[in-house]
Design a protein around this ligand. Structure first.
Ligand code: FAD
Length: 316
């Protein structure tokens, strides 16, 4: 079922999750036990991140060697597993970066054959690797063009003209939004205008980057509505679990950690940080739901323990 249909049919707030594939060659058993944990909460859908190839430098006796490696393949396989073994809708992340439009079309066809109805269309993180686009192939520079490609396919328009028997696809399309603005954008309003363009091109809903201060989400919602964006905007939340998160999370995701939370984590013993993170997230959840958030999306990464603790605390 489409994500947007889950929202429409829901009579209480929905809780969805996002997981990441294991590293290349990694064992699936720990991911399976995370999905087993998450499945207990009947999530309407689970997102699976996607990772483009990266530039890696390896030290060798003759100096540094530049290598191109894709560290975390497997998004498609995990989606098939989640839909078929757990009967939960899977939402693969589809990237611009690292993939030609032709490869993206092939991937979308695979998804369609697997009965996957949803995709999250994003540009992708900069991995330092610029894939050469050869032999008349093409690339999507921004998520907007990727959304346009998927919308075209939904209308039966494939990259190759005049395809015989071309079946329209029927994907529900999600896109990313940034309550604290995307780090490359000059200001929040212009970033929101780019997001609105994605909805105008066919995106059905937005999932936000994580935030730890709800006021950022409420302001983002307000400006988005002023700009005429009508689709649901789903808050994305992450639970802090380690002291290292205080620097790693802002560095990787370009988000602020409020002073009160940062001070509490900094002063705590390492074994108490997860509890502090869970308590903070519980307060965020309570306020978001009280103020009408239709659904919440949790960044699980590779650890289900904090969400298990949180789900015991919150009332839906
Ligand atoms: P876009 O919407 O393309 O925007 C990127 C930037 O360009 C913004 O600053 C925007 O304002 C600006 N912009 C957009 N269009 C134009 C234009 N025409 N001209 C000039 N500027 C423009 N990364 C991964 O690698 N894998 C994942 O699985 C993944 N999942 C994510 C899930 C969510 C919910 C979120 C919030 C992020 C995720 N990311 C993931 C990170 C994401 O790839 C990065 O944040 C990326 O830098 C931007 O992606 P986007 O789709 O928001 O880009």
């Amino acid at each position: 079922m489409k994500v947007i249909e889950h929202f429409e049919k829901a009579n209480k707030p929905l809780i969805s999750f996002e997981i990441i594939p294991p590293k290349r060659g990694g064992d699936m058993s720990s991911l399976l036990s995370i999905i087993d944990d998450l499945a207990q909460f009947n999530p309407p859908f689970i997102d699976i991140t996607s990772h483009a190839a990266e530039v890696i430098y390896e030290e060798t006796p003759t100096g540094f060697q530049k290598k191109i490696k894709r560290k975390r393949p497997g998004t498609l396989g995990i989606c098939a597993l989640i839909q078929n073994k757990y009967n939960i809708d899977a939402v693969p992340h589809i990237l611009c970066r690292g993939f030609t439009r032709e490869e993206t079309e092939d991937l979308l066809i695979e998804l369609q054959y697997l009965g996957i109805d949803n995709v999250l269309a994003i540009r992708g993180d900069d991995s330092g690797y610029e894939k050469p686009i050869l032999y008349g192939r093409s690339a999507n520079p921004y998520a907007l063009e990727l959304v346009q490609q998927i919308t075209d396919m939904n209308r039966g328009k494939y990259l190759e003209d005049n395809l015989l028997d071309a079946e329209p696809s029927n994907f529900c399309i999600g896109v990313a939004g940034y309550p604290e603005k995307h780090f490359e954008s000059p200001n929040l309003r212009m970033d929101i205008q780019c997001m609105k363009a994605k909805a105008d091109a066919g995106a059905d809903y937005v999932v936000t980057q994580m935030f730890f201060d709800n006021s950022a989400y409420f302001k983002f919602l307000e400006v988005s509505r002023e700009e005429g964006l009508k689709v649901p905007i789903i808050p994305g939340l992450k639970i802090l679990t380690t002291k290292g998160n205080l620097s790693a999370v802002p560095r990787k995701f370009y988000v602020n950690i409020p002073e009160e939370l940062a001070k509490e984590v900094a002063a705590a013993k390492p074994e108490h940080v997860m509890e502090i993170g869970v308590n903070w997230a519980a307060k965020q959840v309570e306020e978001l739901l009280n103020k009408g958030a239709p659904s919440l999306h949790f960044y699980i990464m590779q650890n289900s323990k904090p969400i298990m603790m949180l789900m015991k605390k919150i009332k839906l």
